[in-house]
Design a protein around this ligand. Structure first.
Ligand SMILES: Nc1ccn([C@H]2C[C@H](O)[C@@H](COP(=O)(O)OP(=O)(O)OP(=O)(O)O)O2)c(=O)n1
Length: 163
C-alpha cells in the first residue's frame, strides 16, 4: 500500500474532546449540509507527499506559498464578484458553480496548511488557542448580537474603574 493510500485508510481521531466542537453540535449541521471528519493533520501530510513526489519542495517556500494562497483567495473572490449578496447555502447556484467554489476553497485551505507546515506552525493547535483567546476577548454577555470591536467594552471597563 502506498503512503497516500495508507494515509487514507488511517483512522485519524478528532483532536477535540470538547462538546461544542463536535460536528453533531455544529449550528449549521442540518439535513442540508454534511461535515466530513478529514483532519488538518491528514491534509497537511497529503500535501507534503504531493509536493515531495513532484520535487516541488524547492518551490514551496514561505513566500511562494503565501503568494499562491493569496492568488487562490482572489479566485474565490472572482466567483462571488458582481453577484451582490447571496443567501446562505447558495440555494440558487448550480451544482457546477458550487463544485467550482468547493475547488477554489480547497486550494485556499491546502496552500494555507502547506504554508503553516513549511513555517513549522501547528495550525490546528494555533487555531484552538486563538479561539480560546477570542472567547476571552469577546465575552458572550458583552457582545451578543453586536459587531463592536472588543476595545469598545475594554474602554468601558477602564472608564468604569476610573469613576
Ligand atoms: N506549485 C504548485 C502548484 C499547485 N499546487 C497545488 C495546490 C493547490 O491545491 C492546487 C493549485 O493548482 P492550480 O495552480 O492549477 O490552480 P487551480 O486548480 O485553481 O487551477 P485554475 O487556475 O486553472 O483554476 O495545486 C501546489 O501545491 N504547488
Amino acid at each position: 500500500m502506498g503512503e497516500v493510500e495508507q494515509e487514507k485508510s488511517l483512522h485519524v481521531p478528532d483532536r477535540d474532546d470538547g462538546e461544542l466542537q463536535h460536528p453533531r453540535h455544529h449550528p449549521h449541521n442540518n439535513n442540508n449540509s454534511s461535515s466530513s471528519d478529514v483532519s488538518l493533520a491528514l491534509l497537511t501530510r497529503l500535501m507534503a507527499h504531493f509536493a515531495s513526489e513532484r520535487d516541488w519542495d524547492k518551490l514551496h517556500s514561505p513566500r511562494n506559498l503565501l503568494l499562491a494562497l493569496v492568488g487562490e483567495v482572489g479566485e474565490v473572490s472572482e466567483i462571488f464578484q458582481w453577484k451582490d449578496e447571496v443567501p446562505k447555502g447558495l440555494p440558487d447556484w448550480s451544482v457546477e458553480e458550487k463544485e467550482h467554489l468547493g475547488e477554489e476553497l480547497s486550494d485556499v485551505l491546502l496552500y494555507l496548511l502547506r504554508l503553516a507546515d513549511i513555517c513549522r506552525i501547528d495550525l490546528g493547535d494555533a487555531a484552538l488557542k486563538k479561539l480560546k483567546k477570542k472567547a476571552l476577548k469577546y465575552p458572550v454577555e458583552k457582545c451578543k448580537g453586536l459587531s463592536h470591536k472588543y476595545t469598545a467594552y475594554k474602554n468601558e471597563e477602564l472608564e468604569a474603574r476610573e469613576v
